[in-house]
Design a protein around this ligand. Structure first.
Ligand code: 5AD
Ligand code: SF4
Length: 474
């Protein structure tokens, strides 16, 4: 998730961002510094962690030199994500050298992958905590205060943190992430996530709706429902009247959230091509406030490569799903993830990825070279045999094609009036607002009286740069 994007879930500029919240009522005089790497799920988890610790009286700080507890919420998806965290730990070592009472903890996927090995490899680390064990953090900190090292990397089949109302970190008060499920059962052969985040489980649908309602009441106007594979969301309420069992699938949940309020925009990520149903597509088409934007990772355009990736669909299936999107939601943005140089990928097979890109004309793509991850099916079964320079050439071709396609898609908006949710001032000037349209494209336009962040504006798009639409309120 390493490219600059119009989408906060993968925003490169947020990697390693320190998360700061308003101080709570309780105060134990200790300060927590927490920063996150990787996907939106990690950022969302850090909000849960901050919430658990705020309950115990911790305040947050944006300066780690000032902190009593430093937490780094880590990502294992590619090797360079892990390298980045290791380098960051070196900087924390310096701070701890000056303040030996400081507690340094590693959370998230790297903690889960390396477990207690982390304590041997990185001597300064005191606590190692996997993604399902955050409720145990206060105890683990106590243990470290008592002079021990502490580890909890137990994965759970039930934990969804459904009852924890996450504090919103660095929030603009307008967009929020809402986690609807955890874990992944898919076992794509390249992917470490099923090992680091455990089995798939869905969160209580009513707690999701209550959280979205609460966000709306507080002034939020956009929620992004998060899960590794949202289309396999499935939750059943067995305790309903007279023992009836109600099963809520993802289409049902989307509808329930859309009905919270027509002024609340609903986004979601990530969809798996094998699971996305026509029912979901019809639900998106039915509600104006469900954004016409689907993140549908293809990974490769070649059926043999897809098979050894264990994606469980082939090129034709994927194209048929894209056709269904175009048929049911004629004006829908589609983004994707692509991996270049997966084990044994030939030049011809790579060219099929390029031709898939021509077929779909993606609005946006996250593009990566294959990075072998220890313990995955691919690492066990196939040699990582595509030389790095070839992976890079293929990646460059994919990136170049995507640049054209993104530009083509953005240009389609020029001359149109888009409904934009104003998020705040543009990065460059406080004379301009910025916000996103329904397709998740960033739109910049002059501030106008009577319009404030958190409101919608109809913006006539007059031109576009490589990643931004530019216009004026009409
Ligand atoms: N190497 C490269 N990219 C990977 N991804 C997942 N695992 C790997 C890996 N080992 C990419 C996939 C996935 C996205 C979140 O990260 O494209 O969809
Ligand atoms: Fe990884 Fe595949 Fe699960 Fe996505 S769907 S998290 S790529 S195993």
């Amino acid at each position: 998730m390493e490219f600059l994007t119009p989408d906060k879930t993968h925003d490169e500029s947020r990697q390693g961002e320190a998360l700061v919240i308003e101080p709570g009522e309780k105060n134990n005089g200790r300060k927590l510094y927490i920063e996150s790497y990787g996907c939106a799920m990690n950022f969302s988890d850090s909000e849960i962690v901050a919430s658990i610790l705020a309950e115990k009286g911790f305040e947050t700080t944006g300066d780690f030199n000032n902190a009593d507890v430093i937490f780094i919420n880590t990502c294992s998806i590619r090797e360079n994500a892990e390298t980045r965290v290791r380098n960051r730990l070196k900087e924390f070592a310096y701070a701890k050298g000056k303040n030996p009472g400081m507690v340094v903890g590693v959370l998230g996927c790297m903690a889960e992958r390396l477990k207690s090995k982390f304590l041997e490899e990185e001597k300064l680390v005191d606590v190692v905590v996997g993604p399902d064990a955050y409720r145990d953090l206060p105890n683990l900190i106590d243990k470290v205060d008592g002079g021990q090292k502490a580890v909890n990397v137990l994965l759970s089949r039930e934990e969804t943190y459904a009852d924890i109302s996450p504090v919103r970190l660095n929030s603009n008060g307008i967009n929020a992430f809402v986690s609807i499920m955890r874990g992944c059962d898919n076992m794509c052969s390249f992917c470490v996530v099923p090992f680091t985040r455990g089995r798939e489980r869905s969160r209580d649908a009513y707690s999701v709706v209550a959280e979205c309602q609460d966000l709306f009441n507080k002034g939020y106007r956009e929620v992004t429902l998060l899960g590794q594979n949202v289309d396999s969301y499935k939750w059943s309420a067995t305790q309903l009247a007279e023992g009836a069992t109600e099963v809520v699938n993802f289409a049902n949940l989307l509808e329930m959230v859309a009905l919270v309020n027509p002024e609340l925009r609903v986004r979601f990520s990530t969809s798996h091509p094998k699971d996305i149903t026509d029912e979901v597509l019809h639900t998106i088409a039915k509600y104006d406030n469900i954004c016409n934007y689907i993140h549908l990772p293809v990974q490769s355009g070649n059926s043999r490569v897809l098979e050894i990736m264990n994606r469980t669909y082939d090129r034709e299936w994927y194209m048929e799903r894209v056709d269904a999107i175009r048929r049911i939601i004629p004006d829908c943005a589609i983004s994707t993830d692509i991996i270049t140089g997966f084990c044994t990928e030939t030049e011809d097979e790579h060219n099929e990825t390029l031709s898939m890109m021509d077929y779909v004309q993606y609005d946006y793509a996250y593009m990566f070279m294959y990075s072998e991850r220890p313990g995955t099916l691919a690492a066990k079964r196939y040699a990582d045999d595509i030389p790095e320079p070839i992976k890079a050439v293929r990646l460059n071709q994919v990136v170049a094609k995507q640049r054209e396609s993104s530009h083509y898609r953005l240009q389609q908006h020029v001359g149109r009036v888009d409904r934009v949710l104003i998020e705040g001032f543009s990065k460059k000037s406080d004379k301009d607002y910025c916000g996103r349209n329904d397709k998740n494209a960033m739109v910049v336009f002059p501030v106008q009286e009577g319009y404030k962040p958190g409101q919608y504006a109809n913006v006539l798009v007059e031109k576009c740069t490589s990643a931004t639409l530019i216009g004026r309120i009409v």
